[in-house]
Design a protein around this ligand. Structure first.
Ligand code: ARG
Ligand code: ZN
Length: 896
């Protein structure tokens, strides 16, 4: 039995702070081995609080001095507990002076103040500020900050803080200083400082109201040739938020800083966003199309937080999705608008839904399932999840679907009108949406409180005599930890009907029908071709009138709600939708349903001992793929998505008992079959989508490259010398990383004679580009040919390091979650490797370790023999000494 069972924090226990902080003044004497932090807080009692004690949090700090209202506090006047400092019976107004020492060079957790490549950085969200000084480190305590940074002038020529630079100068002793003042009240999690030897690209940018803002992108020396895209993305983000939401930049200066050691993607610190280098640095030589797109969206995301997160922040960490779900929604809309075209928007939507299905649906069905607004947590860092972010974004998107774009905008306006400068709850956002639109959104609250992915089952009936087409919906939601029973959700389901020529049928609902009240329908047009039906009950029926022939239903258009929709389509109907649906999302969806159906039936055959050969295949899928592949009226980016088979993890989610080897074998078999049957078409698509000339990451060129490189990967699955040569010559001729990496990946997955040589050459060429070496590791980690021994060998490579999260993720995470067939080796060697690495990483960086721990979440879904090995590995980790609460929470919940 463990005795150190971690402490669970409950949402229902929320109590407002006993003291508020009005102003924070800080002085930093920056030194990697002993940084002295002097803090002065003016505080006042919160009359509404029942608590009398002044509570500050602090971790890994050495307390040097503590004064209250000018007098040193004796040891008896305060209590230092586990992570707290409490002062009993303080007066109503308190000026607290605290001096602490920290050791940034030894801080491998990358929370609080730490050193990366010799420079200082901070990460305070969620609870990192308490590793810098003692403080009521909770988001509902908001203050203004004035910060003086002092450091060696030569080693740390650049000193950055939040807000505006108000003073700087020399200290005479080889050191210098800078004073930064942030005019906006903020919670401590938005505090940041950066000090080091950095350079920047800068630009002044005219805001909509005529003010000029200084924009800077700071990087290590030698990287200035990689900042242009981030700068462009920042300017586009500022413009977009002005235009779409009427939200302006509120500072004279906005900085982005890139750091190579970072736990997550980026952080929205007020005026001083700190980014993982992966989401800043790009040029055609080192970054792929996907990298360029990710940078645009993460730069947007962090910038948009300035309003949704910083100006209006979270009352407590249970409300995390209030800012994250909303901000992901905003960055998704931004990226879609940047592409501009309808088909580009659809492509973006499909990509986002793919992430949701591949990562969030499994989370929602596993032991870590939690509502968008959780009721409890042990370690808040474990709740920066796809549920909070991606499902949270879907929840925000549903408001827009229900209220329309204008209605949604009115809700946003009201939200800012009411809550600017406040720390609020998810309920406040929902109330603003309801009040601005006059709609009742009470039931909508269940999207925040109930975990699990709802299932919507549809049945249809056509009555030739009355020309009535009936759709019946039944919704349910599987139990999740702590929530055995669920109430019906408020689900917007966008639908259309296709006639036999593939055209949309104008939709009219029966008046006074069962549930088809006009409230549930949005139509300015008297007969729209897409209607949003609102499900609010367990079962509901809608009658469409004037339907002159048996239609094919197009259901959940544009994925109008984060649910699993079940309908018994025939293969022929799926092929028909794939070719004809006016909703591009559902065209893609139809193809995925068809492919998934085939994959699942092949897996069943394999498990019954059938050999995978051509006799198992019919032509439905090949025919459908041929139509899409050769339809040049379709956007190449769309075709790439439509021609990509559902991933192994998506197939696994559909199965009661998962057999990773069978799934892998089936997917490869199907790919080879499609390569064989459509060989000429793939080659033609390859030739037709070359992008000669100078590289540009725009969506159209990227789409062409995407389709061309998909064609290449299919052709390489044939593992013949023609394909090898094609990949080899693409590799040699490439003028950009997208083409180079695709060619290398295809080679590495094959038995091409040149594969080892290409890998070696690639390494030599990019040895000094850390982000590219990450790609080199991860490409090998996910290769068909890489087993656990090969991964262990790669770990011994001199360029490998466990301390750098990007590097650790590029090899270990890529293998454990991106190479299921090898990771789930029947002898359990993959699981043993996993356990070893979780334990090793735990001592270095609990957050990174806990993410890796999540890989085993769905262990109960696997075949009994695998399950036993997985349980053993989980128990090995559980038995390890001094586990962080991050890892402990994940492991405990997985085993529960
Ligand atoms: N708020 C950041 C974002 O934009 C995420 C920071 C999370 N960091 C952490 N250590 N939990 O999404
Ligand atoms: Zn965020």
């Amino acid at each position: 039995m463990r005795t150190d069972t971690p402490h669970t924090i409950y949402r229902k226990d929320y109590a407002s702070p006993s003291f508020f902080v009005d102003t924070v003044e800080m002085g930093f004497d920056l030194d990697p081995d002993a940084t002295i932090v002097a803090t002065r807080l003016t505080m006042r009692r919160n009359p509404a609080s029942r608590g009398k004690t002044l509570v500050l949090y602090g971790e890994s700090l050495r307390l040097v001095a503590l004064r209250m209202n000018g007098k040193a506090l004796s040891k008896r006047a305060y209590t230092l507990g586990h992570g707290t400092l409490e002062i009993a019976n303080p007066p109503d107004e308190v000026v607290l002076e605290i001096e602490t020492v920290t050791q940034p060079s030894q801080n491998t957790s990358l929370m609080g103040l730490y050193v990366s490549n010799g420079n200082f950085f901070t990460q305070c969200e969620a609870e990192g500020f308490r590793k810098i000084t003692f403080f009521p480190d909770r988001p509902d305590v908001m203050a203004t900050y004035k910060v003086m940074l002092r450091a060696d002038k030569e080693k740390y020529p650049v000193l950055l803080g939040n807000g505006n630079l108000v003073e700087q100068g020399d200290l005479g002793d080889g050191r210098h200083y800078a004073v930064w003042e942030d005019p906006f009240r903020k919670p401590s999690y938005l505090f940041a400082l950066v000090a080091g030897n950095l350079v920047c690209q800068e630009e002044t940018f005219r805001l909509q109201d005529g003010r000029d803002a200084l924009l800077q992108v700071w990087v290590e020396e030698g990287n200035l040739d990689k900042t242009q895209h981030a700068m462009e993305s920042l300017k586009n983000s500022i413009r977009w938020d002005e235009e779409r939401f009427g939200l302006e930049l509120d500072l004279d200066r906005f900085m982005i800083v890139a750091v190579s050691d970072f736990n997550m993607g980026a952080m929205e610190n007020k005026g001083l966003n700190i980014f993982n280098t992966k989401y800043v640095l790009a040029n055609p030589r080192i970054a792929t199309d996907v990298d360029f797109a990710n940078i645009e969206s993460v730069v947007g995301h962090e910038y948009f937080h300035n309003w949704t997160g910083n100006r209006v922040t979270c009352r407590d960490w249970f409300q995390l999705s209030l800012k994250e779900g909303l901000t992901v929604f905003r960055d998704q809309e931004f990226s879609a608008d940047m592409i501009g075209t309808d088909s580009g928007r659809a492509v973006k939507r499909i990509e986002d839904v793919r992430v949701l299905r591949q990562a969030q649906f499994p989370e929602d069905a596993g032991p870590m399932a939690h509502p968008v607004r959780p009721d409890s947590y042990v370690e808040i860092n474990n709740f920066y999840t796809v549920t909070i972010y991606e499902k949270g974004s879907e929840v925000v998107r549903m408001y827009q679907t229900l209220l329309g774009r204008d209605g949604f905008r009115k809700g946003m306006d009201l939200y800012f009108q009411r809550h600017d400068g406040q720390a609020v709850e998810c309920d406040d956002f929902r109330r603003a949406m309801a009040d601005a639109s006059g709609r009742n959104l009470d039931q909508f609250e269940l999207w925040y409180s109930q975990a699990g992915t709802p299932r919507v089952t549809v049945a249809t009936r056509y009555d030739e005599m009355s020309n009535i087409y009936t759709m019946s919906f039944t919704q349910s939601c599987p139990p999740t930890p702590g929530q055995p029973k669920k109430l019906p959700f408020h689900i917007p389901v966008a639908v259309g009907l296709l006639d036999s020529s593939g055209r949309d049928i104008p939709l009219r609902l029966q008046k006074g029908g069962t549930e088809g009240s006009s409230e549930g329908v949005h139509a300015n047009d008297p007969a729209p071709t897409t209607m949003v039906l609102e499900l609010t009950q367990q079962t509901q029926t809608f009658d469409f009138v004037g339907v002159l022939e048996q239609p094919v239903p197009s259901l959940l258009r544009n994925f109008s709600a984060p649910v699993v929709l079940e309908y018994d389509y025939t293969d022929a109907e799926l092929g028909f939708l794939m070719a004809n649906d006016s909703d591009p999302f559902n065209r893609w969806e139809a193809g995925q349903r068809l492919a998934l159906r085939r994959m699942l039936s092949l897996v069943r055959e394999v498990k019954q001992g059938a050999a995978l050969d051509a006799s198992l295949l019919d032509t439905a899928l090949t025919d459908a793929f041929r139509v899409t592949l050769t339809d040049t009226s379709l956007d190449p980016a769309f075709r790439e998505l439509a021609l990509t088979l559902p991933s192994e993890s998506v197939v696994a989610e559909q199965m009661e008992v998962v057999d990773p080897q069978a799934i892998h074998a089936v997917r490869r078999f199907l790919r080879r079959s499609l390569a064989q049957a459509l060989r000429a078409e793939w080659l033609a698509a390859y030739e037709a989508n070359l992008t000669p000339g100078e590289y540009s990451p725009d969506a159209e060129s990227a789409g062409k490259r995407g389709l061309k490189n998909l064609a290449l990967s299919y052709l390489l699955d044939l593992d013949e010398s023609d394909g090898h040569q094609l990949a080899q010559s693409q590799y040699d001729a490439a003028n950009n990383m997208t083409d180079r990496l695709s060619a290398l990946g295809a080679l590495v997955n094959s038995s091409a004679p040149g594969r080892e040589d290409a890998l070696a050459r690639f390494y030599d060429e990019f040895e000094n580009e850390a982000l590219v070496i990450d790609k080199w590791f991860s490409l090998q980690a996910v290769s068909y040919n890489t087993d656990v021994e090969a991964v262990r060998a790669l770990m011994r490579h001199p360029a490998f390091s466990l301390k750098n999260p990007n590097r650790a993720r590029s090899l270990i995470f890529s293998f454990c979650s991106g190479n299921p067939a090898q990771f789930h080796a029947p002898d359990g060697s993959g699981y043993a490797y996993w356990a070893e690495l979780v334990i090793t990483l735990n001592a270095l960086n609990p957050q990174v370790a806990a993410r890796l721990a999540r890989v085993m979440d769905r262990w109960r879904k696997y075949e009994p023999a695998l399950q036993r090995n997985m349980r053993n590995a989980l128990e090995d980790v559980a038995a390890a000494k001094s586990l962080s609460k991050d890892v402990l929470e994940v492991i405990t919940k997985s085993l529960a």
